[in-house]
Design a protein around this ligand. Structure first.
Ligand SMILES: [Zn+2]
Length: 136
């Protein structure tokens, strides 16, 4: 997946470590990286969730590493896709996303059938993390 940078080069989607307040490493954040000028743009579909995470850390966070792909379904799908192929291809991401959505829908069905509302809500919020990427 790619888009054009203002410098004219191509920006490619990749997973990178974002360092916050020089202390906190947020690993596996989906960003567009420009090969020409080195610019990094956090992928629009996860920007809000990265913002929320940073907000929770506060102004003076303690040094630590966070794996964004453990918190966000789509980042998790991307990091799984990256295990299969180094460059993130659109068709591969789409099919990996669909697979994960189907898994979650199965879980949702199960949660509904046993009447576990807390679990149901958790799965619904995970599903919404996978659809956020389409609202660009
Ligand atoms: Zn550029």
């Amino acid at each position: 997946m790619s888009k054009h940078c203002s410098c004219g080069s191509v920006m490619k989607l990749m997973l990178r470590t974002v360092i916050f307040a020089k202390k906190v490493n947020i690993n596996n954040v989906p960003v567009y990286n420009c090969e020409g000028c080195g610019r990094n743009d956090v992928f629009p579909g996860v920007k809000e969730d990265v913002g929320k995470l940073v907000g929770q850390l506060g102004a003076a966070p303690i040094a630590k590493s966070i794996s964004f792909d453990e918190m966000h379904e789509w980042a998790s799908v991307l990091s799984q896709a990256k295990l299969r192929s180094e460059s993130l291809q659109e068709t591969m991401i789409a099919s990996a996303t669909e697979e994960r959505i189907n898994e979650l829908l199965d879980l949702l069905l199960l949660a509904t059938s046993i009447g576990d509302d807390v679990w149901k809500m958790e799965i619904e919020s995970r599903l919404s993390q996978l659809s956020a990427q389409y609202i660009l």
